[in-house]
Write a protein that binds this ligand. Structure first.
Ligand code: PEP
Ligand code: MN
Length: 339
């Protein structure tokens, strides 16, 4: 439930309310909005039902509203305003579109630096690259591991780009702390609840990708795992889902963009590369995603896609990415964004 506070509330009255919420084994999460400060009382449904009738009687409480959705902290009921996630000064979810680009995997220092410089010149602000790769086959390239993170950090230093990379295991999180700016949770790990809880303890922004067979609600429930552990910096990512359609690797669920925007205050990024599986339709679905309200894109770009160790067929050539960025610039203006 949401406890809406009066603007005139004193610190003492606020403390009393939080104390009361906690006596019901509920978590009190404070959210300061533009107009009102609210406290989310989050926890087991039966405890919320017990606490609710008592809350209205407290001094400083304006009203008490139930959150009907199964996800609470992720919902628009809990927070009306759009969340803007600060990544070292870049606000994901703000007016400027967050464009993340780079290879599927970090393969070598020289290639990564080359592509990083190129995407930076085209206008991207974030560099992506997997150091730990979740591959379907155990015999496929698994990523460079820690060495890949070093290379990413070097590229960050040389270009000023912010770095996004996938963390697959809670034991890896410490390695990511210094070298990566946004922790990516891959589609296959969207329901790895122990991993979600662990990144919930970090304060780093988390890019949470939708599982390939997960509903929008399930994605938001996974976001809730991270938020409820105290990390409020969650970015949602639509990356295509499995359907009967086999003309593309996955099917981009364009509906998910406005639905997520309606149900949640969290920023939404679209990854057209894994949705498409082949590079030729990526420009079209990138444009469609921005037109549908996405806050940014994550696009695979490789210096020599034909030689890529993973996802070459869906990786854009740097020149194609450059053209797409120019096309996106015009569209961004039309939808009131910048690039
Ligand atoms: C990736 O971003 O390279 C990746 C593995 O994506 P997904 O988890 O969406 O399959
Ligand atoms: Mn990939």
């Amino acid at each position: 439930m949401i406890v809406v506070l009066k603007p005139s509330i004193t610190e003492e009255q606020k403390k009393n309310i939080i104390h009361e919420i906690e006596t019901y084994q509920l978590k009190a999460v404070i959210s300061k909005g533009v107009e009102r400060t609210i406290i989310g009382a989050i926890g087991a449904e039966e405890q919320v039902l017990k606490a609710r009738p008592h809350m209205e009687a407290f001094e400083g409480v304006e009203s008490v509203v139930p959150i009907l959705k199964p996800f609470k902290l992720a919902s628009r009921d809990f927070k009306k305003e759009q969340t803007i996630i600060d990544v070292k000064g870049f606000g994901i979810g703000g007016k400027k579109l967050a464009i993340i680009a780079g290879p599927c995997s970090v393969e070598d220092r020289e290639g990564l630096l080359r592509v990083a410089k190129s995407i930076k010149k085209s206008g991207a602000c974030f560099l992506r690259g997997g150091a730990f790769k979740p591959r379907t086959s155990p015999y496929a390239f698994q990523g460079l591991g820690e060495e890949g993170l070093h290379i990413l950090a070097q590229a960050r230093k040389e270009t000023g780009l912010l770095v996004v990379s996938e963390v697959m295991d809670p034991r890896q999180i410490d390695l990511f702390e210094e070298k990566v700016d946004v922790l990516q949770i891959g589609a296959r790990n969207m329901q790895n609840y122990s991993l979600l809880k662990e990144v919930g303890h970090s304060r780093k922004p988390v890019l949470l990708k939708r599982g390939m067979m997960s509903t929008v609600k399930e994605l938001l429930m996974s976001a809730e795992y991270i938020l409820s552990e105290g990390n409020s910096n969650v970015i949602l990512c639509e990356r295509g889902i499995r359907t009967f359609e086999d003309s593309t690797r996955n099917t981009l669920d364009i509906n998910a963009i406005p639905v997520l925007k309606k149900w949640s205050h969290l920023p939404v990024i679209v990854d057209p590369s894994h949705a498409a599986g082949k590079r030729d339709i990526i420009p079209a679905i990138s444009m469609a995603s921005i037109a549908a309200g996405a806050d940014g894109l994550m696009i695979e770009v490789h210096p020599t896609p034909q030689k890529a160790l993973s996802d070459g067929a869906q990786s854009l050539f740097p020149e194609q990415f450059d053209v797409l960025m120019q096309e996106l610039e015009g569209l961004a203006k039309t939808v009131g964004r910048t690039i």
